[in-house]
Design a protein around this ligand. Sequence first.
Ligand SMILES: [Zn+2]
Length: 114
Amino acid sequence: MLKIAGERIDILFKLAEESFNAHPERSDRYVEMARNIATKYNIRMPRIWKRRFCKNCYKFLKPGENCQIRLKDSYVTVKCLECGNVVNIPYIREKKDKRRKRIESYVIKKGINE
Ligand SMILES: [Zn+2]
């Protein structure tokens, strides 16, 4: 059941993305439906969609259309142009993950050679 709920969230966000240009109000409705599913089944928003709606006004956000993304030293700021809400997302952890993966792959390669 949880898997189906997750798939439905995915489908709803894809629909939101597709209909944004022609019918932005439909996109907002899809976001609302996806949020309802997440709440009902107590599942987290998939990482890729988590940043695609405003946590203040809950509108679907499309970078370059109704939201502005800026890179700062250690975080990304996402500004909703619908209500002006700004969210800072640290990305240091992601950088560390990348470094860890590199070290891991190096260790694996070394293991093969020896
Ligand atoms: Zn907003």
